[in-house]
Design a protein around this ligand. Structure first.
Ligand SMILES: [Ca+2]
Ligand SMILES: [Ca+2]
Ligand SMILES: [Ca+2]
Length: 198
């Protein structure tokens, strides 16, 4: 009976920690205007994103190249229109544990692309994204902090298509001591009951 209670407590504590994951940054790219902006610069993204070392394109459904946005809406072509793919960088985030969710698709124009995603000292490269591939995913990681960045390899104006970026902070360091304390108290109660019997 007691063992079952401890197991249940552990699950409840872990579940509580997971559900506390708080969204710290979210962008579906719908708020930057109703028409496509080729070589959209840092000012265009209103401080949410910076573009350096080349360019990216902002595409909108119903506007130039907007058909490349998979599922409609707005999206980013990570290789702009200057034959020099830019580094696409978000605002900065603190050190910690995060879950990153995003939609990333092939160029839709016959090419194969490679994209490196990083946040501080965490980084992953998604290589060989075929033209019609869905390379969307979710990554859980710890980092020393910094901007979330995207770098498309190459520079032929045809890049992978990015949309729906969500970054959530996972409060694992705060949850673990709580779980340890809970288990410790249960253990203490158990020992006291035994001592009384003896
Ligand atoms: Ca382009
Ligand atoms: Ca570049
Ligand atoms: Ca390319």
């Amino acid at each position: 009976m007691f063992k079952k209670m401890i197991t249940l407590s552990a699950f409840v504590a872990l579940f509580a920690g997971a559900s506390n994951a708080a969204v710290v940054f979210e962008d579906d790219f719908s708020s930057y205007g109703a028409t496509t902006e080729l070589n959209a610069d840092s000012a265009f993204f209103g401080g949410n994103w910076a573009v350096s070392g080349g360019t990216v394109d902002y595409l909108v459904e119903g506007s130039d190249f907007g058909n490349l946005c998979v599922g409609g809406g707005s999206c980013i072509d990570l290789d702009g229109s200057t034959n020099d793919a830019g580094l696409f960088s978000s605002i900065s985030f603190a050190a910690g544990s995060y879950v990153l969710d995003l939609s990333l698709f092939g160029s839709g124009r016959g090419s194969t692309e490679s994209v490196t995603i990083s946040l501080g000292n965490w980084s992953t490269t998604i290589g060989s994204i075929g033209s019609t591939d869905d390379a969307s995913g979710s990554w859980a990681f710890s980092t020393d902090g910094g901007a979330l960045t995207f770098q498309n390899a190459g520079g032929d104006n045809i890049g992978a298509i990015l949309s729906d970026v969500t970054l959530s902070a996972v409060p694992l360091p705060a949850g673990l001591p709580l779980l340890a304390t809970g288990l410790g108290l249960i253990g203490l109660i158990g020992r006291r009951r035994k001592a009384t019997k003896a």
